[in-house]
Design a protein around this ligand. Structure first.
Ligand code: G3P
Length: 218
């Protein structure tokens, strides 16, 4: 399973990349705003900065909600760096834009996916990735993991190339459950990625090893 980090924070991106296990980055307009990145030039420069840190796919989201606007924005984003993936919302205009980009060989990430029907439509349009929002489904008392499993089944039935990018991941169990289901990618915060390393028996065992080594080397 590929690990993407879901943030526009350059320090978190650098930290995750330094771990050596980072495969890519996803952002969205809310994450950019959270970092205080506003205005078209600043936003484009921020994507350039992210692409300098990580050698892997970087999702950059369009703001337009109609086909021509999405195409204009998406082409500008794609021209920034070969690793840019144009992130497009799961609306009918977005499906047309995904089809357009797919025909041109430009990679896309269909975002805001909350149902199997949406995932099917995006795959038929040729999306490179689809982003089902796991945590946001859990937030409304619907099991987000069930959706990931349903999409996995559908994509495997027809051998769709579209990759399932589990998004809105909130904690390490989401990551483990996504790996069990066979999600191609997960994107989550640095905290969830780092938390995978935690185990009290590891800490205890290491403490004991170091204490025993110190005793023997007095
Ligand atoms: O980038 C999309 C998604 O990962 C957002 O996550 O935590 O805002 O639901 P969240």
């Amino acid at each position: 399973m590929k690990f993407f980090i879901d943030t526009a924070n350059l320090k978190d991106i650098q930290d995750a990349n330094d771990l050596g296990i980072l495969d890519g980055v996803t952002t969205n307009p809310s994450l950019m705003a959270k970092e205080g990145i506003t205005g078209q030039e600043n936003i484009l420069n921020h994507y350039r900065a992210i692409c300098k840190i990580v050698d892997g796919p970087v999702s950059a989201e369009v703001i337009s909600t109609e086909f021509h606007g999405m195409i204009e924005e998406g082409e500008k984003l794609a021209a920034l760096h070969p690793n840019i993936v144009v992130k497009i919302p799961m609306i009918l205009e977005g499906i047309k834009a995904i089809k357009y980009f797919s025909a041109k060989g430009i990679k896309t990430n269909c975002t805001l996916v909350f149902s199997a029907g949406q995932a099917l439509l995006a795959a038929k349009a040729g999306a490179t990735y689809i982003s089902p929002f796991l945590g946001r489904l859990d937030d409304v008392s619907t099991n987000g993991l069930d959706l990931i499993a349903q999409i996995r089944l559908i994509y495997d039935n027809y051998m769709f190339d579209t990759q399932i990018l589990a998004a809105s991941v909130r904690h390490p169990m989401h990551i483990i459950n996504c790996a069990e289901i066979g999600s191609d990618v997960m994107t989550g915060p640095l905290s969830a990625i780092k938390a995978l390393a935690n185990h009290p028996l590891t800490d205890l065992g290491l403490k004991q090893f170091l204490a025993d080594h110190a005793k023997g080397n007095k």
